[in-house]
Design a protein around this ligand. Structure first.
Ligand code: 5AD
Ligand code: SF4
Length: 453
């Protein structure tokens, strides 16, 4: 009999990828996905430690699941296995077991390949299961062959962990040290994805450009080398990678943006702040001018490169002038899109010891609003600059309106076009008619997609 699995996913694309792999691992045990937690025979919270008040939010969601489980039992409608996965599990596993003893299993991002065994144990009532070690045997070797992302535009994890230790960030503690998969196993996975219909692959890693997996000659290969290898696979139309750190935007990687045709002209390259003093306090290990020079180099090789970034305002001690330096950097770079956050302390990180009271909450909010206004203006101007132009769009799915499809441009914009659904999966040329804050609208160029099956 089919059982129902509910997975609630927070945070980054790595978690989205991990959740999909967990669903793949559970399928052979008879579990199909549901989006209704109340119906679930098993519920997994795949948590993110980067979000604010991460552990409190986890506990309150766990409380809701416990109530649903009690309702199920009261109605004699079976039971529910409750699991916590992801970075909060990694960081606070023991605490979760203590405060929420009804939780059956807690496991970190490096352990989910043991899920079938853990579920078997939980069903046998073996007691609580806590797996938050960083196992020596990499989990990727244990994923079933068909545990792959089968979407048209799909994710492929090539690297995990981070050795950078930015002062505000929990990732080095929750995801552990940098680890890269060997080139051959990534190429294998990519081939299987392409055979199942994937046209666009985004290579994932917390620090993806620190990639140094084993190459064909047994020596570490760079991300640029990996990209070149993947670009040789027939049937792959588009490649992207995320997230990168400025320190590892090496010459060969920058040049790949010129030389590798299927590498899309879009790069998410967080800088966090524009003041050199704040960058040093954040332990980013580069100055704002060094970042500017990297952008210049990238644009030299790929003039139409669309840039995205992450920003934090109100880092402890940030002055008005230092915040202005961030605005100036944004004006200099001109982003196609970006993410921005108010600083908030994460337990256990070096910045948390600096005290959060150094920049008042109202000042943080006001700075965030000013930064976001500038970023939004840039994004709108960027999108409007496409009006009248032709761009290639991978048509991925139906849009909100009847008879409409939506896909991504090479520059990562969502593009809406009127089109029958059978064109999903095609890369079509679109004439852009409208550039909005978050998307483009246009129409298919006549004759740009062959309709033959
Ligand atoms: N406070 C605010 N933003 C943070 N980020 C990471 N840690 C914090 C924090 N303590 C942001 C950074 C990072 C993005 C994923 O989340 O900008 O690049
Ligand atoms: Fe966190 Fe910095 Fe590593 Fe990014 S590079 S994951 S912000 S420590």
């Amino acid at each position: 009999m089919s059982k129902k699995l509910y997975i609630s996913t927070y945070g980054c694309q790595m978690n989205v990828y991990d959740s999909a792999r967990m669903a793949d691992l559970m399928a052979p045990l008879g579990y199909t996905l549901t989006d209704k937690p109340a119906d679930a025979d098993m519920a997994i919270l795949n948590t993110c430690h980067i979000r604010e008040k991460a552990s409190e939010k986890t506990f309150s969601e766990l409380g809701r699941l416990r109530n649903m489980r009690q309702d199920k039992k009261a109605k004699q409608d079976g039971d529910m296995i409750i699991a916590v996965a992801g970075c909060v599990a990694q960081a606070e596993g023991a605490e979760i077991m203590k405060r929420a003893p009804y939780v059956d299993m807690v496991f970190g991002p490096q352990s989910y390949h043991h899920l079938p065994q853990m579920v078997a144990q939980a069903t046998r009532g073996v007691g609580h299961i806590l797996e938050t070690d960083f196992p020596v045997e990499p989990k990727f070797d244990h994923l079933p062959e068909d545990a792959i992302d089968k979407n048209l535009s799909a994710f492929l994890t090539v690297q995990e962990g981070c050795d950078k230790f930015c002062a505000f960030c929990v990732v080095p503690y929750t995801r552990g040290a940098e680890f890269s998969r060997p080139v051959a196993s990534i190429v294998d996975e990519a081939k299987r994805m392409i055979a199942s219909g994937t046209k666009e692959i985004t290579l994932l890693g917390q620090n993806v450009n620190a990639y140094h997996g084993e190459g064909a000659d047994g020596k570490p290969a760079s991300l640029a080398t990996l990209i070149q290898k993947l670009a040789e696979i027939d049937g792959l139309h588009r490649l992207r990678y995320t997230t990168s750190h400025p320190l590892e935007m090496t010459e060969d990687l920058c040049r790949a943006h010129r030389d590798v045709e299927i590498l899309m002209p879009y790069l998410h390259l967080p800088v966090q702040a524009g003041s050199d003093r704040i960058l040093a306090a954040m332990n980013r290990r580069h100055t704002s001018d060094e970042y500017r020079r990297i952008i210049d180099k990238l644009r030299h090789y790929r003039p139409d490169l669309a840039l995205s970034g992450d920003f934090i305002v109100g880092f402890p001690g940030e002055t008005e002038q230092e915040f202005e330096d961030t605005l100036q950097l944004v004006r200099d770079v001109e982003y196609a899109q970006a993410y921005s956050f108010k600083y908030s302390p994460r337990p256990g990180t070096p910045a948390a010891a600096l005290g959060d009271e150094m920049v008042e909450e109202t000042v943080k909010s006001e700075r965030l609003a000013r930064l976001q206004q500038l970023l939004n203006e840039q994004q709108l101007a960027y999108n409007r600059s496409f009006v009248g132009k032709e761009i290639d769009v991978l048509l991925e799915r139906e849009g909100k309106r009847e008879g409409q499809l939506v896909g991504r441009s090479p520059y990562m914009q969502s593009v809406f076009v009127p089109s029958p659904a059978h064109r999903i999966g095609r890369i079509a040329t679109v004439i852009v008619q409208e550039g909005n804050a978050n998307s483009l609208r246009g129409e298919l160029k006549p004759g740009s997609v062959a309709d033959a099956a």
